[in-house]
Design a protein around this ligand. Structure first.
Ligand SMILES: *Cc1c(COP(=O)(O)O)cnc(C)c1O
Length: 383
């Protein structure tokens, strides 16, 4: 048996230490870290590969297609898809899921124009470039939501073309949510029958159904596909995502591949077979009610964080139903310690389920006691 050297062992130990340290203090990225998948450790011994379509039989049997179908079924129900006309698979992440949604849209409407707002995730621009579809960027409102008036005026000028609209349910910086029913109404008023709406719900899709009052984003509201990230709100040791779409749409792109004895309906060939299992396990543990509670906890923490920031004179705010607290840029040392993402003059704290009030208190303490804060108060906190 080959073993690794002691030097390599030391490196592993220090890597583990560093990763643990970094994990313990971050508030700036939408990643849950409160998971426990120990029961699944034995499955790391197998070369699980979910190649092919999860809803089709496949020659390769070391796979978790059955669990994958249950995960897809869970989200299809949560997103109010037609129970007899949905399809999907577990992807490598929200970016691949978005690519898939846009790919289906382009296959349906090869001559379409894509519309997305300036707050859209950076992966979407790349996906549109890969697919070589013409696109137009729509202005965002101050809160990060798409500017419906600009959308309407822009689509009106391109009425002769089918429309692919990429809406975002939870933008990266401000967690703003585009209202799908407003988009749908605009398309209806302009009589654009050939249209496809893909909803990028990477973070907020997992709890979108529990937001009160409801913000339209799902199949009943009129979308054709929805993507989410599995490692964000639910949490997973490896990045993963989910795409849910209408079965009728994916049928149009399905071609049989005899080598794998399945349909080539997914973007990659070999696919992670562990991530569907992790998601399945998380959903079995949580159930619909557990997921709702998880969201409510985050919502409370976000409200707490916003209030605490307001109490020390910082102009922090939250979009309706969001778990992301938006605030003016913090001093550099605070940004570094808490790993806060910053864009132009704003920063954010994302109150993922693992974030505690004690952590928020520590974060507030750091801001209050930052030396930079005293010297550059005006500059740092201008909004
Ligand atoms: C995180 C995120 C993505 C990308 O998802 P990955 O899982 O990182 O590929 C896409 N859109 C939004 C709005 C996101 O927040």
């Amino acid at each position: 048996m080959n073993t690794i050297s002691n030097t390599a062992k030391t490196r592993l130990a220090s890597l583990k230490h560093n990763i643990e340290e970094a994990r313990n203090s971050f508030l700036g990225y939408p990643v849950s870290k409160d998971f426990d998948y120990d029961e699944l450790n034995p499955f790391l011994k197998y070369p699980i590969n979910n190649l092919g379509d999860p809803f089709e039989d496949c020659t390769y049997k070391v796979q978790t297609h059955e669990m994958e179908r249950e995960v897809i079924g869970f989200f299809a129900k949560l997103f109010r898809a037609n129970p007899t006309n949905y399809w999907g698979y577990v992807t490598n992440g929200g970016s691949e899921s978005n690519l898939y949604g846009l790919y289906l849209a382009r296959e349906l409407y090869p001559k379409a124009m894509v519309y997305y707002s300036e707050s859209t995730h950076y992966s979407v621009k790349k996906n549109i470039h890969l697919l070589n579809i013409p696109s137009i960027v729509i202005r965002s409102q101050e809160n990060g939501e798409i500017d419906y008036e600009d959308f309407e005026n822009t689509v009106r000028m391109n009425r002769h073309k089918p429309a692919i609209v990429l809406t975002t349910f939870g933008t990266t910086m401000k967690e703003a949510k585009d209202d799908v029913s407003k988009i749908k109404n605009i398309l209806k008023n302009l009589a654009i029958q050939d249209h496809y709406i893909h909803c990028d719900a990477a973070l907020a899709g997992s709890y979108g159904a529990f937001i009160e009052p409801r913000i339209p984003f799902d199949f009943k509201d009129g979308v054709d596909s929805i993507s989410i990230s599995g490692h964000k709100f639910i949490g997973s040791p490896m990045p993963c995502g989910i795409i849910i779409t209408k079965r009728s749409n994916r049928d149009r792109i399905a071609t049989g591949i005899s080598y794998i004895g399945s349909l080539d309906t997914t973007i990659t060939g070999s696919r992670n077979g562990h991530s569907p299992l992790f998601l399945w396990y998380a959903l079995k543990k949580l159930g619909m009610e557990g997921l709702r509670k998880r969201y409510q906890h985050s919502l409370e923490t976000a409200e707490y964080c916003k209030n605490k920031l307001n109490e020390i004179g910082i102009n922090a705010w939250i979009n309706p139903g969001a778990i992301t607290v938006v605030l003016p840029k913090t001093p550099f040392e605070v940004k570094q310690k808490w790993q806060l993402a910053t864009e132009s003059d704003i920063s954010h704290v994302i109150c993922m389920p693992n974030v505690t009030k004690a952590q928020i208190d520590e974060f507030i303490y750091d801001i209050v006691n930052s030396k930079e804060n005293v010297e550059e108060e005006e500059l740092v906190f201008e909004f």
